[in-house]
Design a protein around this ligand. Structure first.
Ligand code: NOJ
Length: 573
């Protein structure tokens, strides 16, 4: 493939000597098409991000992670990449990218970009070559092609299903017009899986990593990092369970979390270490905690998401167990832990925590609230006030933990999931491939910057997903001047977090069952009350609380930070 020839020299790098900048960073995820639209075409773009760098600076984040901005037909929100080394024309140009990096770096904000190695789009030059080339050709070997079953090969090679629903196999028409082979796709049919046993694939991704690193990118978020290596012969012999817990439990599944995948990341690590400071990487892996460690190894990607808090109930015991387990794994690998409640793939946590009783993760265990809205739950039933109250408490707790905090655009506004999107406006392939789920569009609706005007200040025209009227109440300009807003809480928390963070450790102090109390070195106490009755705060200066505190008592479903450098005894009773 030919690299785009636009100059790479324009973007300055942040030559901070600190190679470990990522270990405890607050990272803000931008879903570029829904962040800010600078040219009024209804689609967020790179100049829109550049214009909002002062907002990001004031918010206090140390890095942004950009979901894909590459040329794409948007069969999966940009995770169907046509060209890994260019920018989609609807989002900007490489020159815009350089300017955005320069603006971020001048504001001392690092940039992490998404790399999508499991699959290309079906419009990628390689895939077009593959279907134009004959069976068994080198061009086809870059993907996973197989003959179909049955006399005429008109049945898929096996029963595997796509994560988005339907078969994981799609049949092509051969160059001579006859029905032909089938290709494998873990996601949408527009996302053919690459064959990571093919050396072209290896080399090309090393080139891509260098291409963006040369442009000043500080790190990479690696999409579906646990899916690249596959044993397709074994897959055909199944049946393998499709139960997600079973799939990921043993590392023996033909498609997921195979040990061979780590050799790929060992090679990537060598590229990251060619740079000063070394480029960081964070793996998107949906595997059990004990399997996360190898992705996060210093010889591998260096850091990995753990989605455990995101999947948990608002429950003290669950939170404590998850925090303890993940800090122990982080200590083992020498990576820092990651924490996240919301991203572009899940129902926003301000909504999850307000789900109606009996339908999901509210005051109960064992049901999957994350999927509740996806499965068509009625958003009118959500207790938005309760959800937001708990979300603020949970986020303040997260910001006090050792490790990186990943936040998703809009959560600093306390945004709720948008449940009611007309069918005709839906974009997520999950909606189209799956009879029961509405998909992820509800967390991808463009941000409200103002309480009025076209697209609530997102741009000068409409937005590519419809924004509900209640977005006005959450607008940035409304919250900016309100000291009690969610935005003000996030700004204060992120700024304090920067000052208070030191050594990556915490000590648990004894507390009531429904309360978590821990202290970081220097006397930074966090008291999180998951119950509904107030709890006495320890002596010291109350630095910040998720809701107002009076008489030294922390109300229910709230978190407070207290500074007391001498206090390390049990105090919360
Ligand atoms: C994970 C991404 O976060 C998600 O949005 C995407 O649909 C899949 N990977 C496929 O790339």
């Amino acid at each position: 493939m030919i690299d785009n020839q636009t100059s790479a020299q324009a973007a300055p790098t942040l030559e901070k000597k600190d190679a470990d900048w990522w270990r405890q960073a607050s990272v803000y995820q931008i879903y570029p098409r829904s962040f800010a639209d600078s040219n009024g075409d209804g689609i967020g773009d790179l100049p829109g991000i550049t214009n909002r760098v002062p907002y990001l600076k004031e918010l206090g984040v140390e890095a942004v992670w950009l979901s894909p901005f590459y040329p794409s037909a948007l069969a999966d929100g940009g995770y169907d990449v046509d060209d890994y080394r260019d920018v989609d024309p609807s989002i900007g140009t490489l020159e815009d990218f350089n300017q955005m990096v320069a603006a971020l770096h001048t504001a001392e904000i690092r940039i992490i970009t998404d790399v999508v190695p499991n699959h290309t789009s079906n419009r990628h030059k390689w895939f077009e070559e593959a279907i134009a080339a004959p069976k068994g050709s080198p061009a086809r070997d870059r993907y996973i092609f197989q003959d179909g079953q049955g006399e005429r090969g008109d049945l898929p090679p096996n029963e595997w299903t796509s994560l988005f629903g339907g078969s994981a196999w799609e049949r092509i028409t051969e160059p001579d017009g006859t029905p032909g082979q089938w290709y494998f796709h873990l996601f949408a049919k527009e996302q053919p899986d690459l064959n990571w046993d093919n050396s072209d694939v290896h080399e090309d991704f090393l080139r891509t990593l260098r291409f963006w690193s040369d442009r000043g990118v500080d790190g990479f978020r690696v999409d579906v990092a646990h899916g690249l290596k596959k044993d397709m012969d074994a897959a055909q012999e199944g049946p393998w369970t499709t139960d997600p817990d079973e799939i990921f439990a043993h590392g023996e599944h033909p498609l997921w979390d195979r040990d061979e995948v780590h050799a790929i990341y060992a090679d990537w690590r060598k590229v990251f270490n060619e740079y000063n400071p070394p480029r960081m990487a964070v793996a998107e892996v949906w595997v059990p905690a004990h399997r996360v460690a190898r992705y996060a190894s210093p010889n591998g990607l260096g850091q990995a998401f753990n989605f455990d808090l995101l999947k948990a109930d608002f429950d003290a015991a669950q939170f404590r167990k998850i925090i303890t387990t993940n800090l122990a794994f982080a200590a083992e690998t020498r990576a820092s832990s990651t924490w996240v409640f919301s991203n572009h793939d899940v129902v926003r946590h301000a909504t999850r925590y307000g789900l109606p009783k009996g339908t999901g993760r509210r005051n109960e265990k064992g049901t999957d609230g994350i999927d509740w809205l996806f499965a068509g739950g009625d958003p009118a039933e959500v207790d938005a006030a309760l959800g937001l109250r708990r979300a603020k408490a949970a986020s303040l707790l997260m910001f006090a933990l050792p490790g990186s905090a990943y936040l998703y655009q809009g959560e600093e506004l306390g945004l709720q999931e948008v449940g009611q999107i007309p069918q005709a406006d839906r974009q997520d392939p999950i909606f189209y491939r799956n009879a029961t789920e509405v998909g992820r569009d509800g967390c991808r609706v463009p941000l409200p910057w103002k309480p009025h005007g076209p697209s609530y200040g997102f741009g000068s025209a409409g937005a590519h997903l419809p924004q509900p009227e209640w977005f006005a109440n959450y607008a940035v300009s409304v919250q900016s001047t309100d000291p009690d807003s969610t935005l003000s809480l996030y700004r204060a928390a992120l700024s304090l977090r920067r000052r208070l963070q030191g050594e990556e450790s915490l000590e648990w102090l004894k507390s009531r069952d429904e309360v978590l109390h821990f202290v970081r070195p220097g006397g930074w106490h966090t008291i999180a009350n998951f119950g509904t009755s107030p709890v006495e705060l320890p002596a010291g200066e109350v630095l910040l609380a998720s809701i107002p505190v009076s008489d030294g008592k922390l109300p229910g479903e709230a978190t407070a930070w207290v500074l007391n450098s001498t206090l390390n005894v049990d105090c919360t009773s």
